[in-house]
Design a protein around this ligand. Structure first.
Ligand SMILES: Cc1cc2ncn([C@H]3O[C@H](COP(=O)(O)O)[C@@H](O)[C@H]3O)c2cc1C
Ligand SMILES: O=C(O)c1cccnc1
Length: 351
């Protein structure tokens, strides 16, 4: 008998290659600059070279994918905005007016929006992929957000979305009112952090609302106290867009694409992806540290250094695209900067 809930994950190769890493480091170290002077751009060039198995980093057809879904926990009053905003913002994205549209146009990213589980039905649109798992998750305070079969279905759907995309760079973002709540819960459980340290204001809760959100999430975590295994944690505490994004990240890594990770919610999807297949991390570029409380702890747990820290707290994929010029600069300095030898510049004085 076939088990239709079986999780089939792609094979991901670690990018480690000592010989190539040495060649890349040699190239980087012999550019006309003091050793290490390009800082994080150097680490980024090394990571990108290893992903692409090459001493030249090339990007083509960069893609931005926004996963949208609703959350049953929104009914607990954990967001400053009503659930209807998810649908309305998807409409705004399809009309080209959201922040992510602006930055996608600016940087030449093709944009797709995926309906992973928006509560209402969305009209067909050329930039919309209909992959609805359900009409929003269940309220996870009272039971699991989704069944394990739905979690598996969402991961597989995310993988299929990426399989159909062109290009070798993919950025992920999300839209889903209340989704900082599942993101905080996933972080608390998977990284074993106290919930009070990872609950944030999301769309702008005031102090009293933040206290309420904290008590709701504390109760939710206690309700699922015995759930520890990553897939079960995702089903109990996650969201359809988060699960789909995790699957999409795994597929992109298995195809050796560069994965641009946005803020707190995309970070939670990355956390799930790495819990399922740790080698995925090699392919993830953590683009920024969001102002959402807990994001810096998520990054620290993954031992990731974000490229930007701009006090942004929007999501949608915006932080991922703002970091894109840094990846371009990493590629260009490696390709175009002269070496000490080629430029006839003297090396460091031996003292
Ligand atoms: C107009 C608007 C546009 C957004 N774009 C992204 N988010 C962000 O805010 C939501 C998460 O915050 P919380 O958990 O507090 O609801 C997500 O939809 C996220 O993408 C938005 C939120 C709003 C209101
Ligand atoms: O960092 C994020 O992704 C974020 C933070 C607050 C609200 N929405 C998204």
């Amino acid at each position: 008998m076939t088990d239709n809930t079986a999780l089939l994950l792609p094979a991901i190769e670690a990018t480690a290659d000592a010989a190539l890493a040495a060649r890349l480091q040699h190239l980087i170290d012999h550019k006309t600059k003091p050793l290490g002077a390009l800082g994080q751009l150097e680490t980024l060039a090394l990571q990108l070279g290893l992903i692409q198995r090459s001493e030249t980093i090339r990007f083509y057809a960069p893609q931005m994918v926004v996963f949208a879904a609703d959350h049953g926990i929104a009914s607990e009053g954990v967001s400053a905005f009503p659930q209807a905003v998810t649908l309305q913002m998807v409409g705004n994205m399809l009309a080209g007016g959201a922040a992510i549209n602006v930055f996608a146009r600016q940087h030449g990213f093709a944009l797709q929006v995926v309906d992973a589980g928006v509560a209402a039905e969305l009209a067909a649109h050329p930039q919309l992929l209909q992959r609805k798992i359900g009409a929003g998750t269940a309220n996870l305070c009272a039971g699991p957000a989704m069944s394990s079969a739905q979690a598996v279905q969402a991961i597989h759907a995310g993988m299929a979305v990426v399989k159909d995309l062109p290009g070798n760079v993919v950025a992920f973002g999300e839209m889903g009112i209340a989704n900082t709540s599942p993101a905080a819960l996933l972080l608390a459980r998977l990284a074993r952090l106290p919930i009070s340290e990872v609950v944030g204001r999301g769309t702008g809760l005031d102090d009293a609302q933040l206290v309420h959100k904290r008590s709701v999430l504390t109760r939710a975590l206690a309700h699922h106290a015995d759930v520890q295994e990553p897939l079960a944690v995702l089903a109990a505490l996650g969201g359809f867009e988060i699960a789909m994004m995790a699957g999409a990240m795994l597929q992109a890594a298995s195809e050796r694409r560069v994965v641009l990770v946005d803020g707190f919610i995309a970070g939670a999807a990355a956390l799930v992806a790495c819990a399922l297949l740790p080698a995925a991390k090699d392919y993830l570029v953590f683009c920024h540290c969001s102002a959402e409380r807990g994001h810096h702890l998520l990054l620290a747990h993954l031992q990731a250094t974000p490229l930007l820290n701009l006090d942004m707290r929007l999501g949608e994929g915006t932080g991922a695209l703002l970091a894109w010029p840094l990846l371009q600069s990493a590629s260009l300095f490696l390709a175009e900067m002269a070496s000490f030898d080629s430029a006839g510049v003297s090396g460091k004085t031996e003292i």
